[in-house]
Design a protein around this ligand. Structure first.
Ligand SMILES: Cc1ncc(COP(=O)(O)O)c(C=O)c1O
Length: 450
């Protein structure tokens, strides 16, 4: 049995058995030998089990955009749970599910207002891929089955998501069972050509033309969809070069290929608008979302589909036929839907997307002030997303960022790390003083792990 025995680390006097919880995306043995545990969260801060305040520089896991412990969400969920805990949405309905869909539709790009609910980003991705396949089949083009993702893409952990995704460790143990007929475009990051760019790099828009090469190889008539993250977070904060997204849109339109933006991280104000699609002025055919959809209070995800995609599938068959054989027991779960509506109220009332846009220059200045610190190889940022890539230690990739992450945690700041990149995505309620605290702590940590 693996236990924490040091009383300082625990509020409760009993020993905590840590052996049963097999932790996700975690070095289980390393973590359980020296756990990092939170017991409370409010606003910008977590409280550890030993009563230290830790500022949240990543909005939990890119998801608590309105800050922690929002009373309005607590009340909405509590009220909903006491009124009706659960009702199915297969051949039945409940008003709050429709209301949540309407609220999301109102902030999606024009005509992208048909909402399919899931319980996570991974499920939203697999749902979007399936909708794309179903769309082509409904149009009599069932041979369009090929899916195009991108190297270093992260689209969650379902078999669809890891197939179109491009992160090696997420794929290699499962590669034999991934879905067939997938190609990958190159990632857009090139540190030699675009290090320390502020905002979108000027170099790299031409990389969208790689899609034309894939079309030339397989023919457009075999390709169903292209999926990308407009800004990718999980693979280490990769930004779209100027002109890249529009060029992808144009190529997809030209060839009748659906374009999916995976906005699980970029949705809900991360870039200062409701969606990255709105921010970049490029409208895809499907948008996936999750996380900040309801401030991460209850698991929830969704796909926003363009009316054309929805209508092609839904209006194609007889009125008594189920149009899409897909859905989850918890699609539009009443508690998640209540949290979603309460969260949208907060975003609107507190103008948090605008606030995010207003704080972005402060964030940019602060993160770029770390240029020149030891081993800082690149700094990338857009909106309230940023990454600091550190030079990897010879023969020990990832260890420098891990050590910096640990130092930050010990000094009261929670950051994320992927490989040797430290990632930042604070709640949108972040203030100047928080940004100072975050980056001065990170500066010190980076110096200490030199
Ligand atoms: C772009 C993107 N897609 C999908 C996912 C998966 O979401 P979930 O962990 O909710 O399944 C993530 C999670 O970070 C993500 O960043």
């Amino acid at each position: 049995m693996n236990t924490i025995t040091d009383a300082k680390h625990l509020e409760q006097t009993t020993e905590l058995d840590m052996s049963n919880f097999w932790m996700p995306f975690t070095a289980n043995k390393q973590f359980k030998a020296a756990p990092r545990m939170f017991k409370k969260a409010k606003g910008m801060y977590y409280t550890t089990v030993d009563d230290r305040q830790v500022i949240d520089a990543v909005a939990g896991l890119w998801c608590v955009n309105a800050g922690h412990g929002r009373e309005e969400i607590v009340q909405a969920v509590t009220q909903q749970m006491s009124q009706m805990d659960y009702a199915p949405t297969f051949q039945m309905g409940h008003p709050i599910a429709f209301e949540a869909a309407t609220r999301l539709a109102q902030i999606m790009p024009a005509d992208m207002d048909r909402i399919f609910f899931t319980n996570s980003g991974s499920e939203a991705v697999d749902t979007a891929l399936k909708i794309a396949l179903a769309y082509h089949r409904s149009r009599g083009e069932g041979q369009r089955t090929r899916l195009i993702g991108r190297e270093r893409g992260y689209h969650g952990v379902g078999f669809g998501g890891i197939s179109v995704g491009g992160i090696l460790p997420n794929r290699k143990a499962f590669s034999a069972n991934m879905i067939p007929g997938v190609d990958h475009m190159p990632a857009t990051l090139n540190i030699e050509k675009a290090a320390f760019s502020r905002g979108q790099p000027a170099w790299g828009g031409h990389l969208a033309d790689e899609l034309e090469k894939i079309v030339a190889l397989h023919d457009a008539s075999t390709i169903a969809a292209v999926i990308i993250e407009p800004v990718s977070g999980s693979a280490g904060v990769l930004l779209p070069p100027q002109g890249y997204l529009q060029r992808l849109r144009d190529i997809c339109t030209k060839h009748g290929i659906l374009l999916i933006f995976d906005e699980v991280i970029t949705g809900f104000g991360r870039l200062g608008k409701a969606t990255a699609s709105e921010f970049f002025g490029v409208t895809p055919d499907l948008i996936t979302m999750a996380k900040a959809i309801n401030n991460a209070a209850i698991p929830m995800g969704a796909v926003a589909a363009h009316r054309n995609v929805h209508d092609t599938i839904v209006h194609g068959g007889p009125a008594n036929a189920i149009e899409l054989f897909h859905g989850y027991t918890y699609s539009a779960h009443p508690a998640a839907a209540a949290a979603c509506i309460a969260t949208q109220d907060i975003y609107e009332r507190e103008a948090l997307f605008e606030r995010s846009a207003a704080m972005a220059p402060v964030f940019e200045k602060a993160i770029h002030s770390l240029k020149g610190e030891p081993n800082v190889k690149d700094i990338r940022n857009l909106g309230l997303v940023g990454g600091i890539e550190l030079q990897s230690r010879e023969g020990a990739p990832g260890t420098r960022a891990y050590d910096a992450f640990l130092k930050c945690f010990q000094n009261g700041v929670m950051v994320r790390f992927t490989g040797d990149t430290l990632a930042f995505s604070p709640p949108l309620i972040v203030e100047d003083s928080h940004i100072d605290q975050i980056f001065e702590t990170v500066r010190k940590a980076i110096r200490e792990v030199a």
